[in-house]
Design a protein around this ligand. Structure first.
Ligand SMILES: Nc1ncnc2c1ncn2[C@@H]1O[C@H](COP(=O)(O)OP(=O)(O)OP(=O)(O)O)[C@@H](O)[C@H]1O
Ligand SMILES: [Mg+2]
Length: 500
């Protein structure tokens, strides 16, 4: 690619055209309408005769498509290769390994050569005027690339060059890809200036399946399942199933559910979309969000039991107001702003709306996607939500086993074995401690903490948990005995009354 040499030509052509337009605007008011149509038609024919160039536009969004066009994304990465050298105004974005990826800025142009043919690319935008735009909520912008080439290269460009651009662009995008963590913001005004309703940051979570503490056989089974899924394009097409898979991760807090999601993303090199369901207004907004999710990604809904009420109406997470309370509050309130805020607390995301995306007709949009739900209380979930086909694989993450402890010891202490391991093994069979708590005890608490001190800390903590469990078991037994005795006494008193 070479820097544009067309600059002056464009400028000259622009001013000539502007002059002609002005002249035409002036004289057309003296010409009757019928003649004007003929003249305009004639001018168009003349221009197409004399203007030897062909133009192709590639829009970021086609028609009513909600997703960014794949062709646009491919052109963007194809042109980014030599952009840094050839273009003066650039946009920078964080790429792989903390390196900046550069692409051309709006209204920049550059020249490319392909098999002896010269072509010109430019990045333009259309600002659509809409009612109600303000400084904070400006007009929506629609970007598009324009490709210009001489008509004698029409065949070469349409049949070979564009294919080359698509292929190279997609390959470059994949090479430079930095994994991203996306999230949705509450009450987002999606018609505004941003082209996407997800916000993202670079995703560089250090967790991997090597560092994940769990039963090694179970871990291998999950890894095999994930790898088979990511290589399963042809298989899924053959059996007529959308190329996606659902995982339900359940278990007590601190057992590694979120850590496993990070490990999954690292293993498959996928992006993560962390969907905060309580921030989604209704099913329409949910649909807009989900069609924007890119391929090769994991859609995550954490704590699904807290996000969605199983009657179909969303629960307000934590202490938010319940629907009936909101209704009461709205009636009482005189403040318009407060009423607006209270109304926005009423959500309309339904269970059926969510299910429709997981395996309804909408699920077929996009491919190579994992859907992961996490919960602490698997029993609370609606069977419809977690049945196979929706959540294909159910994975229980539980308290730390000795096998899992060995992984943590390797991660935190770089130890494969130690004489204290036997004692820990025995205590772990008798107690329940989460991997998060085990990991915390293995962390250095000062610079002088060696591996042995940290193992002793863990033993101490395990003993405390064991004693606490025993104490609460004794208390529970005493309560049970007391309840049984009072029940017996009640029965004997009743029978005495009956006898009397
Ligand atoms: N199985 C595990 N392997 C390695 N580290 C773990 C594991 N489980 C927990 N941890 C450690 O404990 C911390 C908390 O774990 P994590 O956030 O994955 O738990 P969680 O199951 O998602 O909990 P919650 O249900 O509260 O969301 C992690 O940062 C990690 O360091
Ligand atoms: Mg979690």
């Amino acid at each position: 690619m070479k820097p544009t040499t067309m600059g002056e030509t464009w400028a000259r052509m622009g001013s000539t055209l502007a002059g002609l337009m002005f002249l035409w605007a002036f004289i057309q008011q003296f010409i009757p309408y019928e003649f004007r149509r003929y003249i305009e038609k004639g001018i168009n024919t003349l221009v197409s005769f004399t203007y030897p160039y062909v133009e192709i536009s590639i829009h970021e969004h086609m028609g009513n498509e909600l997703k960014r066009s794949e062709a646009y994304i491919a052109v963007e990465s194809y042109l980014s290769t030599n952009t840094a050298r050839n273009v003066k105004r650039l946009k920078a974005e964080m790429g792989k390994n903390n390196k900046l990826t550069l692409s051309m800025d709006d209204y920049e142009k550059l020249t490319d050569e392909y098999q002896g043919a010269k072509v010109w690319w430019s990045l333009n935008k259309i600002i659509r005027s809409s009612i109600g735009s303000t400084y904070h909520n400006p007009e929506p912008e629609r970007r598009y690339y324009k490709l210009i080439f001489h008509k004698r290269y029409r065949e070469l460009v349409t049949e070979s060059y564009l294919e080359h651009v698509m292929k190279e662009g997609k390959a470059m995008k994949e090479r430079k890809r930095q994994r991203k963590l996306y999230t949705n913001s509450p009450g987002y005004n999606w018609s505004s200036y941003k082209s996407t309703i997800w916000s993202h940051i670079a995703f560089e979570h250090p967790a991997s399946f090597q560092t994940l503490a769990m039963d090694s056989k179970k871990k291998q089974e999950i890894v095999d399942d994930l790898v088979a899924f990511s290589n399963g394009k042809d298989y899924y097409a053959k059996i007529g199933k959308a190329w996606k898979r659902g995982y339900l991760l359940y278990g007590p807090p601190g057992t590694g559910k979120s850590t496993m999601i990070a490990a999954m993303a690292k293993l498959l090199d996928y992006d993560v979309y962390d969907l905060e369901l309580t921030a989604v207004k209704d099913n329409t907004e949910l649909r807009k969000l989900l069609v924007e999710v890119t391929n090769r990604s994991i859609l995550v809904i954490e704590d699904i039991d807290c996000s969605l009420d199983l009657t179909g109406q969303r629960n307000n997470k934590a202490e938010r107001l319940s629907k009936s309370n909101v209704g009461e509050e709205i009636k009482k309130s005189n403040d318009k702003e407060e009423v607006k805020e209270l109304k926005s607390n009423i959500s309309k995301v339904t269970l059926s709306g969510l299910l429709n995306f997981i395996d309804g007709l909408w699920s077929s949009c996009g491919e190579e996607r994992l859907v992961v739900f996490t919960t602490n209380y698997v029993g609370k979930l609606d069977p419809a939500l977690v049945r196979r086909g929706r959540m294909d694989k159910h994975i229980e993450l539980s308290y730390c086993s000795f096998d899992a402890f060995k992984v943590l010891a390797k991660n935190y202490l770089v130890l494969e074995s130690h004489p204290l391991f036997d004692c820990i093994h025995k205590l772990m069979n008798e107690t329940k401690m989460t991997p998060a708590d085990v990991a915390e005890n293995l962390m250095p608490k000062s610079v002088f903490n060696d591996a042995e001190t940290r193992l002793l800390n863990l033993i101490q903590a395990l003993r405390e948990v064991k004693e606490e469990t025993e104490r609460s078991n004794v208390k529970q037994n005493q309560e049970d005995d007391a309840n049984a005795i009072s029940a017996l006494l009640n029965v004997s008193q009743t029978s005495k009354l009956v006898d009397d």
